[in-house]
Design a protein around this ligand. Structure first.
Ligand code: NAD
Length: 486
């Protein structure tokens, strides 16, 4: 069958590999049509990729970091030159709008730019620790590492890991989401064009079977994972069970605490943009607003803002038919349990794209903490509103969530904002900002069930994850006094 995009392939040792194995269809969520096919790789395919990465490792890790980084200077320029095409691929396979897709690539560019500054950040340390004796500390790479990605950012999430891990001297196997595998093939082409040696970056496509194989492959030294909490736990246990280093980012249920003194326009537009951007399929999206005291004026303005959002124009699709059904089920269950649907995105279709998986913006008021919609991750353009009488009750509610990716507060009071900054149980806090994603060089990572493992996945924190410390003690002067410390 002729498809819009050519067949997705694995990428091993600098070449796209012929696919003899089983295939899976890749659907466009914009139309529901098959736009490509993707290989369901086998353990043997993974072994081949790991062997290629192992073979490339000595030369790549042996190169001075100032030379490795040159590839990424060129690569950053290539991302900039190809931004339109890369954004189109994201739009087609993920369903987000072209504007959102471009913003995603811009973030990949920023992540690459950060990796280019790595030589300035990991200078190492040296000190004369006793007469004639010097200690030196250096960050050394780990070897072959793996990166496992989710569907919601086909271009950006791979860039959370690949530029930093590679600049620091590791070689990598990437496992893209089987729902959005197209972007990664283009990333591989651009890395090659930038001069990345063959074998340093490899792609193995597939589903959970490949993830399981990655976790137990003895050649892989570290695994980074981004996806749902359920799978993050499985991966963290499996990877550390075979004594690998692992950081596994999970799902989220982000709470936005809104006080009555919050700036009306800024708050309403921020909360609505946060819940509806990328059709709510962001781990940093506003999922639950906690309205503290009299906030009807803000809720009213939010509804006005939400009605300006038109599916197919400034709102993309969700990823699949199953996702659409799941999101609509949460809304209906909440309504049946007594919540009030103020703006209803159910049953939405887009003219000319009737097969697409669209859900309109949805605002549900008077949700209670016992409802599934207030506890579980919905991952759609939906915000539920819980009302509380005071800030303490709101913070208790936020703290009771098992997740802990982000939390935000909207107020004009510095003192109240400070209380939320101190007491919210989340890794990333926003003050009058609905999507508090730290930009480089600040690192990204949640708390609680939103992240398993020690380091954050980006920024300076990731240096500790992708490297190990080598400590060398040196003595050149035979006249220096010898004692047990020298
Ligand atoms: P997912 O967990 O279903 O899939 C993620 C990856 O795991 C995919 O590559 C998939 O092939 C693989 N996988 C799926 N089931 C598996 C299993 N049983 N065993 C082993 N591997 C398996 O996640 P998704 O639906 O692709 O992405 C959405 C989720 O990712 C949401 O929960 C979202 O909050 C989360 N997410 C979190 C962050 C963060 O920074 N915390 C960022 C982006 C997305």
């Amino acid at each position: 069958m002729e498809t819009k995009f050519s067949e997705v392939k694995n990428y091993v040792n600098g070449s796209f590999t012929a696919n003899g194995q089983d295939k899976m269809d890749v659907l466009s969520p914009l139309t529901g049509e098959v736009i490509s096919t993707m290989p369901l790789s086998t353990e043997k395919d993974l072994d081949d990729a790991v062997k290629a990465a192992e073979a490339a490792y000595p030369a790549w890790s042996g190169m001075p970091i100032k030379e490795r980084v040159q590839v990424f200077f060129k690569y950053k320029t290539l991302l900039e030159e190809n931004i339109e095409e890369l954004a189109t691929l994201i739009h087609e396979e993920n369903g987000k709008t072209i504007g959102e897709a471009k913003a995603e690539v811009e973030k990949s560019i920023e992540l690459t730019e950060f990796a280019c500054s790595m030589p300035q950040l990991i200078g190492g340390e040296v000190m004369e620790v006793s007469k004639g004796v010097e200690c030196r500390i250096e960050h050394k790479p780990l070897g072959v590492v793996a990166s496992i990605a989710p569907f919601n950012f086909p271009n950006m999430v791979p860039h959370w890991t690949l530029p930093n891990a590679l600049v620091l001297g590791n070689t990598m196997v990437l496992k893209p989401s089987e729902q959005v595998p197209i972007s990664a093939n283009r990333i591989a082409e651009l890395l090659k064009e930038a001069g990345l040696p063959d074998g340093v970056f490899n792609i193995v496509n597939g589903d959970k079977a490949i993830v399981e194989a990655i976790c137990k492959n003895p050649g892989i030294k570290a695994v980074s994972f981004v996806g749902s909490t359920k799978v993050a736990q499985i991966v963290y246990k499996a990877a550390t069970g075979t004594l690998k280093r692992c950081v596994a980012l999970g799902g989220a249920k982000n709470h936005l605490l809104v006080l009555p003194d919050a700036h009306l326009d800024m708050t309403a537009s921020n909360v609505v943009a946060s819940m509806s951007g990328c059709a709510g399929q962001r781990c940093m999206a506003a999922a639950q607003m906690i309205g503290i005291g009299p906030v009807d004026h803000i809720v009213e303005k939010m509804c006005e803002e939400a009605r300006k959002i038109i599916p197919g124009e400034n709102l993309g699709s969700v990823i699949s038919k199953q996702a659409k059904e799941r999101i609509e089920r949460y809304i209906t269950d909440a309504e049946n349990a007594g919540a009030k649907v103020l703006v209803d995105g159910r049953g939405c279709t887009v003219e000319g794209k009737e097969g697409g998986f669209y859900v309109g913006p949805t605002i549900i008021d008077h949700v209670t903490p016992d409802m599934a919609i207030s506890k579980e991750e919905v991952f759609g353009p939906v915000v539920s509103i819980i009302r509380t009488k005071d800030l303490d009750e709101a913070i208790d509610l936020e703290n009771s969530s098992p997740y802990g990716n982000a939390a935000a507060v909207f107020t004009q009071s510095g003192g109240l904002a400070r209380q939320v900054m101190d007491r919210a149980s989340a890794g990333m806090i926003g003050v009058n900002i609905g999507v508090p994603v730290p930009r480089e060089p600040f690192s990204f990572g949640g708390w609680n069930d939103s992240k398993f493992g020690v380091c954050d996945i980006t920024g300076k924190s990731s240096i500790e994850f992708w490297t190990q410390l080598k400590k060398t003690t040196t003595k050149w002067n035979p006249d220096a006094k010898t004692n047990w410390m020298s």
